[in-house]
Design a protein around this ligand. Structure first.
Ligand code: FES
Length: 103
């Protein structure tokens, strides 16, 4: 479905991120969802009830099928997060408890 095209100009502006413990380089400005797809992990989350595999669908913040753990914070819509150097992205397994920010 998605294919990675080699592009020398993009390679020069690539960002190193850690996906499922493996460091990969992705184009600067790409989303964390794109990084998961480029890493070839297959799916980025499993549903809380049945454990069904899910992968990014809309890539524009509507479906929530791209939920992932980013820099240790679960329930992030990975399609809405731009990669940053050293960012850690992990697949999300089942339900996670949302953190509540203190005032
Ligand atoms: S892919 Fe649909 S909200 Fe991210």
């Amino acid at each position: 479905m998605f294919r990675k095209r080699p592009d020398p100009e993009r390679a020069a502006s690539a960002v190193a991120v850690v996906v499922e413990g493996r460091t990969i380089r992705v184009p600067a400005g790409a989303s964390a969802a794109a990084a998961l797809l480029l890493a070839g992990v297959g799916h980025n989350r499993e549903t809380a009830v049945s454990g069904a595999a899910r992968a990014p669908y809309c890539l524009m913040g509507i479906c929530f099928d791209c939920l992932a753990e980013i820099d240790g914070e679960p329930n992030r819509q990975s399609c809405m997060v731009t990669v940053a150097p050293g960012m850690t992205i992990r697949r999300q397994h089942g339900r996670r408890v949302a953190r509540v920010a203190s005032a």
